[in-house]
Design a protein around this ligand. Structure first.
Ligand SMILES: Cc1cc2nc3c(=O)[nH]c(=O)nc-3n(C[C@H](O)[C@H](O)[C@H](O)COP(=O)(O)OP(=O)(O)OC[C@H]3O[C@@H](n4cnc5c(N)ncnc54)[C@H](O)[C@@H]3O)c2cc1C
Length: 549
């Protein structure tokens, strides 16, 4: 990197992103005495929960779980009003954390990192921002998020649209009032499914443009039962530890013991009905042992949900369109909803199939499909994100040895443990591809990675080392293992954002690690305990080691 007007400010670690991962990284590294600088493109903390302010946005992991575990005082004192936190509530919580632990003073807001360059002579990363500022540190931690790069489809004519358009992942802070408007929502993934029932109550008419039907289950959200809350809090640290011994990082769901095909029809139905009534996705997928590995078993669960849709939606044609039949249930992110299917019984809601009659253009007056024109006052793109690799590839990450992330990942991500990348020394990712991140309770996943990274940097410091880099062989083996594990499941059968299928031209590769949180954490712990097997450690340059010391 060259051409800076002045010498970059020097730190021990740079953190990019101030969502739940970045904030905890600041907290943890500061505790170790490191001088940290964080950069955040948004105007505040919270990441996902700062940007996604669309109506109905809430988490689909119960809030008693979806929260930080690093401070027992925090988890005991914070009170979640409902079973699943709403976006405003979660954002309030994250702001509380930032204030309580005084994290803001190390963050430069409204500042996007555009470039990160490693100089092997000094062992130093230098980042450059869109504000023209620079900062340098031996370690750079990418807490840039898996679902933080919103993507709007490239339909011709969008600039000619006379109404207003929005992306759910970049929602206006002041909110949007759809009262009396003709609204089109494009996309029926999680953001679409959460927002559609609410937009329908405001809009004069709502058109939902669906390319792919997804499975959705009832959330059964409710005020948090004070007795349950007390019981949960009484065993909080124990439950948090237990979460690491589970596949998804969430404790409290007894593992199933029987295959769906070994159960009789009545037993199966009873199990699914109970889970349907209870609400939640993990509980449903835990009905039987093999729903994600055996197609025949999975079909029993998929068909149960289709029958529920047919029983709920009065118009049989609409019901059939809403029935997902191109992927096994659970192989795409399983959605939780409140009154989603019921919404299609409203007179002011129309489901439009754009699988067979695609959108051809946005017109000044609305939207055109292959067979009709729709007059619209507002369009909502609920079209998701360039998931898992998008935010990293938006940054020009490179080294003086000629390694660049964009070239390295041209055929899909390659990482060791989803934490580091061969050829990019001292650069860590929080919940990077090929880690269980998006297939788990993500605050737990962020905490696990940050702890691992902080321990690693501490290990280096104690030994006078200044450099760590994933070995190419270890990375190859991890990528291979990742693919083998995925191939033993039904996940690769779905055209999901897990394989980049929502982004035209993106290479198809299964990105999350689906071997489960327990197996993954064990592997990470073993690697650390062995003195970081699979990583090359070095003391190449002493001069720059720890600015704060
Ligand atoms: C609508 C929605 C609902 C979700 N619900 C759940 C749920 O119920 N349970 C669950 O476990 N997970 C859920 N997730 C996943 C969620 O992303 C994670 O739970 C978690 O918030 C991720 O935190 P993070 O810090 O890793 O990333 P993010 O929250 O995405 O934060 C990354 C931050 O990095 C910033 N950034 C990115 N690139 C740059 C750059 N170049 N320069 C500066 N800043 C940059 C972004 O602005 C962003 O603020 C949901 C995601 C979405 C979108």
């Amino acid at each position: 990197m060259s051409g800076y007007a002045s010498e970059p400010a020097r730190y021990d670690a740079i953190v990019v992103g101030a969502g739940v991962g970045g904030l905890y990284a600041i907290y943890r590294l500061r505790k170790l005495g490191f001088k940290v600088r964080a950069f955040e493109a948004g105007g505040g903390v919270g990441g996902t929960w700062y940007w996604n302010r669309y109506p109905g946005c809430r988490c689909d992991v119960e809030s008693m779980e979806y929260s930080y575990s690093f401070s027992d005082e925090l988890q005991q004192e914070w009170r979640w009003p409902e079973r699943y936190g709403t976006q405003p509530e979660i954002l309030r919580y994250i702001n509380h954390v930032a204030d309580r632990f005084d994290l803001r003073r190390d963050i430069e807001f409204n500042t996007r990192v555009k470039e990160a360059a490693f100089d092997s002579k000094t062992n130093r990363w230098t980042v450059k921002t869109d504000k023209g500022s620079t900062a340098a540190a031996p370690f750079c931690i990418m807490a840039t998020g898996n679902l933080s790069t919103p993507r709007t489809p490239n339909y011709p004519g969008l600039e000619s649209f006379k109404g207003k358009w929005y992306h759910t992942g970049l929602w206006p802070h002041e909110g949007v009032d759809f009262s009396g408007l003709r609204v089109g929502v494009i996309g029926t993934g999680s953001s679409g499914v959460q927002s559609i029932p609410i937009i329908a109550t405001q809009a004069k008419h709502l058109y939902v443009f669906q390319r792919t039907a997804n499975f959705s289950l009832p959330a059964r959200n409710a005020p948090l039962d004070p007795d349950k809350e007390r019981a949960h809090k009484a065993r909080y640290p124990e439950r948090r530890r237990a979460a690491f011994d589970t596949p998804c990082g969430i404790a409290g769901y007894p593992p199933p013991i029987k295959s769906a095909v070994d159960a009789g029809e009545e037993e199966r139905r009873g199990a699914y009905e109970a889970k349907w009534a209870e609400g939640g996705s993990i509980s449903f997928l835990y009905s039987f042992t093999d729903l994600l590995v055996n197609k025949e078993s999975n079909e029993t669960a998929s068909e149960f949900v289709r029958q529920k849709i047919r029983a709920t939606v009065k118009d049989p044609r609409t019901a059939e369109l809403l029935c997902a039949n191109d992927h096994p249930i659970g192989t795409k992110r399983l959605i939780l909803d409140t009154d989603y299917y019921e919404t299609y019984n409203r007179d002011n809601v129309t489901l439009v199939d754009i699988r067979n009659k695609p959108i051809t253009e946005i017109t000044p007056a609305g939207l055109r499909t292959a067979d009709a024109d729709y007059a619209l006052d507002a369009i909502v793109f609920a079209t998701g994100f360039d998931a898992m690799t998008g935010a990293m590839k938006e940054i020009d990450i490179h080294t003086d040895a000629g390694m660049s992330i964009r070239e390295k990942w041209v055929d899909g991500p390659r990482t060791y443990l989803g934490i580091m990348i061969a050829g990019l020394p001292n650069l860590f990712m929080i919940t990077g591809p090929q880690s269980p991140g998006v297939k788990s309770q993500m605050i737990l996943a962020c905490e696990q990675h940050v702890d691992w990274i902080a321990d690693c940097i501490q290990y280096l410091r104690e030994r006078g080392l200044s450099r760590i880099e994933a070995e190419a062989d270890a990375e190859d083996a991890w990528v291979r293992h990742n693919n083998e594990v995925a191939d033993g499941t039904l996940y690769p059968l779905a055209n999901s954002w897990y394989v980049g299928a929502n982004i035209p031209g993106k290479p198809r590769i299964f990105m999350p690690y689906v071997g489960g949180v327990a197996a993954y954490k064990k592997k990470c712990d073993e690697v650390a305990a062995s003195g970081y097997r699979g990583f090359r450690l070095g003391a190449d340059v002493a001069e720059d080691r720890f600015a704060a010391n």
